[in-house]
Design a protein around this ligand. Structure first.
Ligand code: NDP
Ligand code: GDR
Length: 370
């Protein structure tokens, strides 16, 4: 039985990857940060009571800023595969915490590689590094592929650039099986609530149900190549199953603006929008609602631009070329963008219907203990 160690197991990708590896018969170990509240919601359905025998999922307290802790866990687990998914992953927030991001996302990668090397596990342990399309930053070439030059545009992307190159360097210097998956944006119903897709699907569901009036967003013009996280964790696994360690771009090859994602999400609840104005004055109002279930009024302003969400430097256009992954890994996509939007909207409408039901019944979920 293979053993895998996942950093960032409590995140979106960590949860889907754990599910996949357990299905494949792996023993999965995850590194979880101590937090004042439990933050294992995404993996609770996979949790196994540590008091029982023969459990396949084990959590260890740890942090990517703590070399000794990482070394101890790797020594104890002796993993066949390490998936380094842990990171402060929010691009906008990285401008507020640049030093921390350098430490976790950049040096954190070094700590994992160096622990494996010092423990003499270079022959046994394969390492996956969660690299990102943010490395491409300022457009140099489209579509972006494995050979496209990097031009990072945020402290997050600069830290990930270090993570990318230190992975390549350890592969070349010590003959380690260490690979970068350069993943383009991937989303899901369990995407963090402050990334733009989930912020949109949550707000649209709430607006349709009368629980929120307006959605405030930043730059509506940037374009992203969005896939489904379930498809992308399959690529991570495939990258570590090859004969030779290599880096791969994982993308759909289709790009869409934030504005068009908003339209698609509203269309899922039968709402057609009219956009007027430009830049910070752009707004969207309800043009038509085809679903009588949702009591929204035509002409209501449901989207405004708020400059607080603009970034000091933006990545305008991402569109990836997944040819190498498709031909060498045999990687296939199950979800296209409409299927992704449907999955996220279905989940968020269900979530907020529950909240509405409780509120309508006089049970205020936020003040349930008062
Ligand atoms: P999330 O933000 O959902 O999850 C990040 C995970 O990292 C969480 O488990 C978080 O723990 C953990 N983490 C944060 N800081 C530390 C730390 N100091 N020590 C240990 N763990 C830490 O990210 P995703 O699942 O979306 O992404 C996974 C990885 O892939 C990240 O590295 C991200 O940068 C990268 N990536 C993501 C893409 C995407 O579109 N989703 C695209 C390309 C790359 P906690 O729950 O405690 O906060
Ligand atoms: P990104 O994702 O920066 O691409 O990084 P995010 O969803 O945060 O932004 C995508 C684009 O939407 C624009 N935008 C907004 N973004 C957020 N978060 N909130 C808003 O209100 C808003 N309005 C407009 C942004 O300016 C941007 O252009 C994600 C993360 O998962 C990274 O960890 C990962 O490496 C990359 O994807 C690939």
């Amino acid at each position: 039985m293979k053993k895998a160690l996942i950093t960032g197991i409590t995140g979106q990708d960590g949860a889907y990857l754990t599910e996949l590896l357990l299905e494949k018969g792996y023993e999965v170990h995850g590194i979880k940060r101590r937090s004042s509240l439990l933050n294992t919601d995404r993996i609770d359905h996979l949790y196994q009571d540590p008091h029982e025998e023969d459990i396949k999922l084990k959590l260890h307290y740890g942090d990517l800023t703590d070399s000794m802790n990482l070394t101890k866990i790797i020594q104890e687990v002796q993993p066949d595969e390490i998936y380094n998914l842990g990171a402060m992953s929010h691009v906008r927030v990285s401008f507020d915490t640049p030093e921390y991001v350098g430490n976790v996302d950049g040096l954190g990668t070094l700590r994992i590689l160096e622990a494996v090397r010092l423990l003499g596990l270079t022959k046994k342990t394969r390492i996956y590094q969660a690299s990102t399309s943010e490395l491409y930053g300022m457009v140099q070439e489209v579509p972006q592929k494995e050979t496209t030059p990097f031009y990072p545009r945020s402290p997050y992307a600069v830290a990930k650039l270090y993570g990318y190159w230190i992975t390549v360097n350890y592969r070349e210097a010590y003959n380690m099986y260490a690979c970068n998956g350069i993943l383009f944006n991937h989303e899901s119903p369990i995407r963090g609530e402050t990334f733009v897709t989930r912020k949109i699907t949550r707000a649209v569901a709430k607006i349709a149900l009368g629980l929120q009036d307006c959605l405030f967003l930043g730059n509506l013009n940037s374009k992203r190549d969005w896939g489904h996280a379930k498809d992308y964790v399959k690529a991570m696994w495939l990258i570590l199953q090859q004969e030779k360690a290599e880096d791969f771009c994982i993308a759909t090859g289709i790009t869409t603006s934030i504005r068009d994602f908003v339209k698609m999400a509203f269309a899922e609840v039968g709402i057609e929008l009219a956009f007027t104005g430009e830049g910070v004055d752009e707004i969207a109002t309800i043009k038509k609602c085809n679903q009588p279930e949702f009591q929204v009024k035509e002409g209501t302003v449901v989207l405004k631009v708020d400059p607080q969400y603009f970034r000091p430097t933006e990545v305008d256009l991402l569109i990836g070329d997944p040819t190498k992954a498709k031909t060498q890994l045999g990687w296939e996509l199950e979800y296209d963008l409409p299927a992704l939007v449907k999955d996220m909207m279905t989940s968020d409408v269900k979530l907020f219907k529950k909240e509405k039901y409780l509120r309508d019944g006089g049970h205020d979920v936020l003040n349930q203990y008062e």
